[in-house]
Structures are given as structure tokens and as C-alpha cells.
Ligand binder design. Structure first.
Ligand code: 5GP
Ligand code: MG
Ligand code: MG
Length: 179
């Protein structure tokens, strides 16, 4: 598995350190009214796990699974709900927990969808953001790291459903997905 990694971009210490900072910030920002954390399956599982434990508030956690169609390395923008929330978010503060924002298409769709349910607020915490995401209008409240425009894996992020269990974020060797 490690042989398929071109290089490590963010090691465990860097990721945990940054998520601890963001967790402290969230603890301050939401002290009056703890949010529902909405993790986007499956990529955000590791981020949720570490971020939630860095938040010193009685938060709730729920999950959505969405599909942007396709198993490749590009987002299509066509989104479908595979698993919806089990929680009514009307009048609640919602914090979406995401692994990565690339084109931003998935997140824009998700924001519009959740906002239509009458929450008090919807904000976003994402571990990673690629340069393209900066070009479209998404207000992301908490960002872990801005990274270069390369396909990354690990720490929840997959290529064809594998590599999610790597404890770090790395760049996948092009030879793995190009022949
Ligand atoms: P977007 O809609 O912002 O282009 O990307 C949405 C989803 O595509 C992300 O939540 C993630 O699942 C996947 N994605 C985007 N960039 C990468 C990447 O570099 N590596 C992996 N493994 N998935 C990515
Ligand atoms: Mg995601
Ligand atoms: Mg994926």
C-alpha cells in the first residue's frame, strides 16, 4: 500500500495538531449553542473522529452519504443522496464536516440541500482544500490545509475505495490510475 504513495503531504502529527486548533476554535464559536456535526461519508470519517474529540462541547453527530457519480478521480457535480440524516435540523446550528473540497460542486449542492431544511445556521469544516475550490463562491468557516492540485489519498480519502486507512494524507502515484 505504501508503495503506491508518491509522497506524504501531511503526516499524522500535522493533521492532529491542526484539527486540535480548529476544535478549540469551534469550542469558542459555538459555546452558547453546540452544533450538530454532519459528517459526509465515507471520506470524512477520520476527520470527524479526530475533530469531534477536540471539541469540548456536547455536540451531536450525524452522517450523510452522497454520491457524485463515478469511481474515478473527478467530480461530476451530479449529486444523489445515498443516506440521509436521521436528525431534523430545523432551527439547529449545523456544521458540515468534510474531507476535501476540490471543485466545490458537491459541497455547494449539500449546502443548498441542508439550507432548505430551515436550520439556524450551516457552516463548513473541511480538512483539505484544493486551489480550484477558491474560484467558486463557498464560504468555508474552518479549513485545515490548502493543498496543491494533486490527487490525494489516505486519512479517509480513497482511490477506488482503497487507501482510506492510511494514517496520513499522501499523493497517489500517477502510475496507479494511469496506464
Ligand atoms: P468536489 O465536488 O469538491 O470536486 O469533490 C468532492 C469529493 O470528491 C470529495 O469529497 C472527495 O470525496 C472527492 N475528491 C476530490 N478531490 C479528491 C482527491 O484529491 N482525492 C480523493 N481521494 N478524493 C477527492
Ligand atoms: Mg467528501
Ligand atoms: Mg472518493
Amino acid at each position: 500500500m505504501q508503495d503506491d504513495v508518491e509522497r506524504v503531504l501531511l503526516d499524522e502529527t500535522a493533521i492532529r495538531g491542526r484539527l486540535a486548533e480548529i476544535g478549540r476554535q469551534i469550542t469558542e464559536d459555538y459555546a452558547d449553542e453546540p452544533p450538530i456535526l454532519v459528517g459526509v461519508l465515507k471520506g470524512a470519517v477520520m476527520v470527524m473522529s479526530d475533530l469531534a474529540r477536540s471539541i469540548d462541547l456536547p455536540v451531536e453527530m450525524d452522517w450523510m452519504a452522497v454520491s457524485s457519480y463515478g469511481a474515478g478521480t473527478r467530480s461530476s457535480g451530479v449529486v444523489r443522496i445515498l443516506k440521509d440524516l436521521g436528525t431534523d435540523i430545523a432551527d439547529r446550528h449545523v456544521l458540515i464536516v468534510e474531507d476535501i473540497i476540490d471543485s466545490g460542486l458537491t459541497l455547494s449542492w449539500l449546502l443548498a440541500n441542508l439550507r432548505s431544511r430551515g436550520p439556524r445556521s450551516v457552516e463548513v469544516a473541511a480538512l483539505l482544500r484544493k486551489p480550484e475550490a477558491a474560484r467558486i463562491e463557498i464560504d468555508v468557516k474552518y479549513i485545515g490545509f490548502d493543498i496543491p492540485n494533486e490527487f490525494v489519498i489516505g486519512y479517509g480519502l480513497d482511490y477506488a475505495e482503497t487507501y482510506r486507512n492510511l494514517p496520513y494524507v499522501g499523493v497517489l502515484k500517477r502510475s496507479v490510475y494511469e496506464d
